[in-house]
Write a protein that binds this ligand. Sequence first.
Ligand code: SF4
Length: 214
Amino acid sequence: MSRRTMQTAEYAVTATAAGSLRVGGMIPLTTIDYPGELAAVIFCQGCPWRCGYCHNTRLQPPRTEAPIGWDQVTAFLAQRRGLLDAVVFSGGEPTLQSGLAQAMVQVRKMGFKVGLHTAGIYPERLARVLPFTDWVGLDIKALPEDYPAITGMPGSGEAAWESLYRVLATDVALEVRTTVVPEMEAQLSALQSRLARAGVQRHRLQPVRSPSIP
Ligand code: SF4
């Protein structure tokens, strides 16, 4: 039995833990959040960072007054079998939540590919869910030393770059995304060089977005 199969079996036993996932919003259909696939996006509630350009500040608090129940999410997905290719867990920061792995396993069992948007805040937790992930969109916001000015958190750059190395060490498909704000344009070419040296093959620059939760 492969390592991935063993871990999937292990998490299948505790699949009900997926019900603890705090979901703050959902997009039922998108063509831009998982390259080449029709996907739904599940916005996981909670993020410990405070980026000045955050486009989903409503998802920063760990809890919301109007959560979407996991049973509502799975009921929706059950109706979309054969119509959607993938489900993307986004945020907030999905790896903040202990129910993420089980939710991913459940989604995979329903026949969908699993995508993950993450800022790489928790490298260890990210590494634990990679066996259940088909594609990662990882925010690398800047060079490690420039992170605190963006996120407001000391050590955030080291965490994000450690997450990058963790994903690169696997065969999970990866797209690195960088939000370009005027203050960091001078560091952009140094960032691109360091990402290329690290082995990143797909790096997308994106403008600051307006709020995306429906
Ligand atoms: S890491 Fe992402 S969700 Fe968290 S504050 Fe920054 S932009 Fe917002």
